[in-house]
Design a protein around this ligand. Sequence first.
Ligand SMILES: Nc1nc2c(ncn2[C@@H]2O[C@H](COP(=O)(O)OP(=O)(O)OP(=O)(O)O)[C@@H](O)[C@H]2O)c(=O)[nH]1
Ligand SMILES: [Mg+2]
Length: 323
Amino acid sequence: MSSPILPKPPFGESLVSNLQIRDPLTVARAITRVERGGVAARELVREIFPLTGRADLIGVTGAPGTGKSTLVNAMAKELHARGKHVAILAVDPSSPFTGGAILGDRLRMQDLQGTGVFIRSMASRGQLGGLAAAVSDAALVLDAANFETILIETVGAGQGEVDIARYAHTTLVLEAPGLGDDIQAIKAGILEIADVLVVNKADRDGANATAAALEMNLNLNPDRTAWRPPVLKTVALTGKGVPELVDAIASHQSYIRQHDLRRAQETARFRNKLHELLKTELLQNLLDRYPDSRWDAWLHEITERKRDVYTIANEILRNKNNA
Ligand SMILES: Nc1nc2c(ncn2[C@@H]2O[C@H](COP(=O)(O)OP(=O)(O)OP(=O)(O)O)[C@@H](O)[C@H]2O)c(=O)[nH]1
Ligand SMILES: [Mg+2]
């Protein structure tokens, strides 16, 4: 009799081995599973986690329309030409409403046909733990699937997107000439997360001025880290400057390896993820612990100014064992 105690691996050995040979359908299904969350997603992550930790995660962020998707495609082509297995995760917060992500995927797939580059768009559908968690789990899937380089495109608009970029091993921040006020972008603090600064659309007027503004900003904040982000100009549409960009990324990757920073990055990433997960779980535990009527009563007390939120929160936490 087989042991009834040991649960059967839910994802199955053949699926894990299909994943490891980068079978596109298996990879897509596995990402869908982590995107949906829940028990099946967690079991999948548990199974593949020991297979992960090797891929280079490259975050690409910047204002809307700076050319992130075009550049990511051009980078994928260049990396493919250098013999790398490449995957692209495009985080598109707007797609559930516009369907833009799917259209974008189709265009990109045509462009990258025959390269074996895997492309997937992800959009926030309000999953527990948020988009950042879903994206990092999708990156785990791609890592387990032996993609050596994972390019993650996010619009540098909200904190969530910035968080996604920040936890990559190398983060690119894109600017484009004539797209609003450069100083605005600098103020927004997005430059602080950059390991490589890219002025895309360098075929347009003002690219040199934008690059100079970025260099000046770096000079104003000299001691961010010992790594000084290079400022590079690209024309994503033609591929001009892309080999140099891929070289700069490789330099940053060897810098972080030489200085043993990769482990520190991973620690920061997993600490954040663990804390986010615990926050979500603890909140859910508390929400489940009391009936709706109890929550309504507390909220009523607050809106009636009988007791403030801190007092109520305290009561909720203190009562949690004998509700
Ligand atoms: N002139 C010029 N146009 C470019 C260049 N790179 C991209 N574009 C164009 O800029 C527009 C936006 O490019 P995308 O790659 O979609 O930009 P994005 O940053 O991904 O945009 P969102 O994902 O919507 O934020 C497209 O029309 C591109 O063809 C470039 O180097 N030069
Ligand atoms: Mg895009």
